[in-house]
Design a protein around this ligand. Structure first.
Ligand code: F6P
Length: 370
């Protein structure tokens, strides 16, 4: 028997996780006769020594499955909820890793998971990560797996909303996920032919959006599709939030920031009401929510997850760790975790998708651009 490796999936689930688990496991077993275990429910399973053996049989038939066969959680190694008390359990995880005789741990997750993996690596654990998230906001990789599937689901939803918006002469405001990055809203909005796209990277003004919608109306289009990323923020709130974030040592500022962030949860409904008032058109809201993360992964996500997973197995065999396996151009490459952790890939204002959308007359709600 070759080396022993552990796999875990952490953070929100994402289409392609099972394809990645299968890619790692099959390559590890076939090429190196490795012993492979999968920890249940993210870092929690590593702490509690809850795991299953991943052999050829358990890895078979999972390629097309959504979610993760291992289960996931958002628990962080250094902030585990232990009977209502928050405790640092990194040392327990290191002990469990050693007692199971593991040679490497592969963590499948987004930016938060890269940070957590780096914490374990800093204490000596040989860790690798793979970038998964529908948000596509992981630094160091061209794309994350899960994004393409979510993009397809959100784009199809926008397609379907067109006919009903058109029939009723309404504004339809459709909220898509993405956390604090606008990739999913921008990509699906562009692919779905949205009239306005609002993303966290470009603070919006309701007046500018209304102007875009009224311009369309004047041109004979009596409906509009507004795609809004869940993290998009109106200009006044954005300014205040930026000020408060800069004063992060001040407890009052932190409280005000938290309450402003919480108020954002109803931001899409408020936006729709404001647009109704300013345009005189009827508006409806559709929140796509977790449907974007569910179901079978797209072929492109399966392909990416499989490539990154198999590459991870080869890297472990070569003794490489402390890295995220990323897609850069045509290659699956190791990127040091130090470079990835704590950074987020957001949409640059001159990204080709933005420039292309602006050329089509899509509004971003920023004044001066319509
Ligand atoms: O990170 C993926 C994501 O789906 C984000 O787009 C979203 O903000 C968040 O997870 C939702 O998290 P949860 O499933 O824990 O509500």
């Amino acid at each position: 028997m070759g080396q022993s490796i552990g796999i875990l999936t952490a953070g929100g689930d994402s289409p392609g996780l099972n394809a990645a688990i299968r890619g790692i496991g099959k390559a590890a077993i076939r090429s190196y006769d490795m012993n492979v275990v999968g920890f249940k429910d993210g870092f929690k399973g590593l702490m509690q020594q809850r795991f299953i053996r991943l052999d050829s049989e358990s890895l078979s038939g999972i390629l097309t499955k959504g979610g993760t066969i291992l289960g996931t959680s958002r628990e962080k190694p250094h902030k585990m909820d232990i009977g209502g008390k928050v405790m640092d359990m990194t040392d327990v995880m290191l002990e469990n890793f050693a007692s199971l005789g593991l040679d490497a741990l592969i963590c499948l997750g987004g930016g938060g998971t890269a940070k957590n993996a780096l914490r374990l690596a800093a204490k000596g654990m040989p860790v690798l990560t793979l970038p998964k998230t529908i948000d596509n906001d992981v630094w160091g990789t061209d794309v994350t797996f899960g994004f393409d599937t979510a993009l397809g689901i959100a784009s199809e939803a926008i397609d379907r909303l067109h006919s009903t918006a058109h029939s009723h002469h309404r504004i339809i405001v459709v909220e898509v996920m993405g956390h604090n990055a606008g990739w999913l809203a921008l990509g699906s909005g562009l692919a779905g032919g949205a009239d306005v796209i609002l993303i966290p990277e470009i603070p919006y003004s309701v007046e500018a959006i209304s102007e875009s919608i009224l311009d369309r109306k004047a041109g004979g289009s009596t409906f509009s599709i507004v795609v809004v990323s869940e993290g998009a923020v109106a200009l006044p709130e954005h300014e205040r939030m930026t000020e408060l974030a800069a004063a992060s040592d001040d407890a009052d500022a932190a409280d005000e920031l938290a309450s402003l962030e919480a108020a954002q949860a109803n931001g899409t409904d408020r936006l729709a009401r404001d647009l109704e008032m300013q345009t005189g058109l009827e508006a409806r809201v559709t929140i796509l929510g977790h449907v974007q993360r569910g179901g079978t992964p797209s072929p492109s996500d399966r392909l990416l997850a499989t490539r990154l997973g198999t590459r991870a197995a080869h890297l472990v065999a070569d003794g490489v760790h402390g890295v995220m396996v990323a897609l850069q151009g045509e290659e699956a490459v190791p990127v040091p975790l130090e470079e990835v952790a704590g950074r987020r890939k957001t949409v640059p204002s001159d990204h080709p998708w933005i420039l292309s959308a602006r050329s089509l007359g899509v509004g971003f709600g920023d004044e001066g651009h319509g």
